[in-house]
Design a protein around this ligand. Sequence first.
Ligand code: ADP
Length: 613
Amino acid sequence: MWRNERLGLIMIMASLLVMGAVVYLSFDYQLETRLLQARSQGVGLAKVLGGMSWEELVPGQGRQGVLQALRQGQSNPDFAYAAVIEREGRLASEITQPGVIIPNRPIPDEPAAWLGERAVVSDADDETFLEFHAPIFNKGKLMGHVRLGYHKPEFGLRYEELPYFASLVLPVFLLMPLFYLLLRREIRPLRKMNESLEQMLTDGLVQKVELHPGGELGGFMERFMEFANSAQTRIQTLESEQSGLLTTTKLLSYKHARVESILQTLPEAILVMDEAGSVSYVNDRISGLLGLEKDNILGKRPHDWCDNPSIISYLSRHNAQSGQVGYLSDSIQIVPQNDPDKLVEMKAYPLFSPRDNLHLLGSMVVIRDCTEEQMARRSRGEFVAQVAHELKTPLNVLAMYSEALMGEDGNSEDFRTEAVNVIHDEVERLSTLINNLLALTKFELGGMQISRQRVRLHELLEDAFRNISQSGRGKGLKFELDLPREMSPVFMDKDLLRIAINNLLTNAIKYNSPDGQVTLSAEELNGEIEISVRDTGIGIAPADQHRVFDKFFRSDDEKAREQTGHGLGLPLAQQIIQMHHGSLTLESEYGKGSRFVIRLETDSGVPKQAGVA
Ligand code: ADP
């Protein structure tokens, strides 16, 4: 509002200034004119009056002086007084305007100063008069002087001049609002355009200005509106492009975050090198695998973050700048400095541009921990060697006896009996070994089919005990069976459970003392059945106790070595029990005996829907 009215105010100020200037100049001009008038009239009159005779000037009997006539004919408003003074300074005749007292100022005596002009200050009111004086001669003799006084024109407005100045100022005063209105009308389109611009700045919409001024302003406005419209279209295009870009950016950052989280979740360390061979990305796994901090690698070339020559040479071979375009299938295995027990494999894959598959952008290096894999490979090799060895021993014995039987020894009855027994025993051993091996391998490969059924544990344990005690009778051992009268049934694979219990009982006989005891007992407590196989035999040294469940483990103890075996019985028993969600534990005292305990939950393997109590 204030801004809109500023123009009006400027116009008022300007017109006031113009009016002030006009009035000032008029005053000045008037002043000058009045001065000139007074001067020309005063000088002229003084000369004329000075040229007249004393009689004409001074009134006598029955006649008026010229001065009286002068007063009547006087038209100059500045005229103040006229006086004829005698040579001695006496006043001979005078006329004055009302209120004027002629100042008493003698004319100097020097003839050069008789005719002239001077400023005279009134004694009464300090007013300055402009006085013109001239000498009066009579027949060449100086009679006196004539003095003509004029009010000295002052800068200021006189009452009688009011109409004059009003006639000057009034038109300006009256024309000013008219000019203002006309100007407002002219600049209305500009104001509208200004409002439209403000609107555009606040809500980005260009409003059409419906006023159509002619002339240059019209052309300018038309072009300006065209410009505003094209700017608006451009802004709208940019806005829609920006929102598109925003969406794309969000999508990209979402994809980026997703890819990053995938790369972070990978168990492998991922390292991406750009064309120049500097690391542009690396996930957090690198610190666990190579003991390197992410921030010390990013943006650096291999020789700046690594001091392992094999890694440096491998990475530089797979660098995009190495001139090698294509896939090199080689990988390296290294032992990281931070963990000498670990084995780490490094494999690089080329990263090609999606648009040009000949343009190599860099390479991605996958670093993974292959310690376990290496150990598994090694133990697989050891396992095969062990199996071969275990098979070879009985086969050697069989080959030896069969050769002997074909030779001269075959004629001896005693030798033939011995050979048959040995061959029978070795075939038994081989078949046990092969059965155990097969069962274990099946377990490990997950191919073991177990057929659960309702098993009356009491009957199974009694039967197993009877068979085993018969086979061990010749060894002078004492057998004891201690089972509760009633036992809850379990839902298990009967044959497998039988194998596990047999293996424990066989060991209790094998590794017993000559007059030792084998006890098979069972107990049911809080929904759990505990089956225990105890012997009073050689016992197991503490160092071996945690190893007896490893495949092919056989104690180095002399007495244990006297017995034949393959170290597969206990691992197999443990697999079977674990398969049925139970546990197999060992308590042993070296030289005194061992106790193997199977714990099974009565309801663990029993599906409720089967309705087995
Ligand atoms: P195997 O008896 O065929 O050698 P096992 O896996 O059954 O294989 O037993 C592994 C080893 O554990 C045996 O060689 C033996 O040293 C030890 N062992 C197993 N049971 C007993 C036991 N009851 N008393 C003493 N040592 C035992």
